[in-house]
Ligand binder design. Structure first.
Ligand SMILES: [Zn+2]
Length: 257
């Protein structure tokens, strides 16, 4: 096997294990429980999960998606999250090699997935993902020098300020909470990863996707609380992947480049 293939495989395995830990975070952080102790238990019968039943993806498949103790079904979301994070890290190392960019993209993508899932399930975006992610983004940017760190700080400030203003404006306009604090902190994190232009593009794409999906529901009278973090996470992922191309196209469109 070539060296690249080995690195990609190792990155994929690391992603699987990280995805397994992300599952614990997704379940426990919104409930403000420790992600370290106690060991995972079956939510139905309370049986602690043995190490042999805790192998990412494989255990779920071998057990046929059921708890060893009570044979009650275990959500397929667990292996899907593990697989998604494993693929993410494998692809990033395949594309970027064992570089700081692969690490940055991997952590950013993992955080976004965690945010999207906790927001979709419980309308909560844990501080561990947002403030924690902000610290990670700033530390990684500092590796690129003072200029890169300042740009990351500026991006974080812009993300926080724009969503805070949207929140204040929305509250004044609709007389109800339009923007959760979690969304505001999330965009500080996203801004530190993507810079001020990237964070503005993320908000634009997130608002577009959120409106496209929730406006028909609202008009049909099925007004629901919008997990806006899901759409912002989607917008951030798209921006990370193709943001520079979109911004370049836009500048050419405006005739400034
Ligand atoms: Zn059980």
């Amino acid at each position: 096997m070539s060296e690249t293939a080995l690195l990609v495989l190792a990155a994929g395995l690391f992603g699987l294990v990280l995805g397994s830990f992300l599952n614990v975070c997704i379940v426990r952080l919104p409930a403000e429980q420790s992600v370290v102790a106690p060991r995972s238990r079956c939510p139905k019968c309370g049986k602690p999960v043995e190490w042999r039943d805790n192998i990412p993806v494989l255990s779920w498949l071998l057990l046929g998606g059921k708890c060893r103790g009570c044979r009650e079904p275990i959500s397929a979301l667990y292996p899907v999250v593990e697989l998604a994070v494993g693929l993410l890290w494998a692809v990033l190392v395949w594309r970027n090699g064992l570089t700081l960019e692969a690490l940055r993209g991997g952590l950013f993508g993992t955080l976004l997935l965690g945010i999207a899932l906790t927001d979709a399930r419980e309308y909560i975006i844990p501080n561990e993902f947002t403030w924690g992610g902000l610290v990670i983004a700033l530390v990684l940017s500092a590796a690129g020098g003072l200029h890169a760190l300042l740009l990351a700080l500026l991006g974080g400030a812009v993300g926080f300020a724009v969503l805070w203003l949207v929140g204040v404006g929305g509250k004044w306009l609709f007389k109800e909470e339009a923007m959760g604090g979690g969304d505001i902190k999330m965009m500080a994190m996203v801004g530190a990863f993507l810079g001020w232009q990237g964070v503005l593009l993320t908000i634009f794409l997130g608002a577009l996707a959120g409106t496209a999906i929730f406006l028909p529901l609202a008009l049909a009278g099925r007004k629901k609380l919008v997990p806006f973090g899901v759409f912002l996470a989607l917008g951030a992922a798209v921006t990370y992947l193709v943001g520079p191309s979109i911004l370049q196209w836009y500048r050419r469109y405006l005739g400034v480049a």
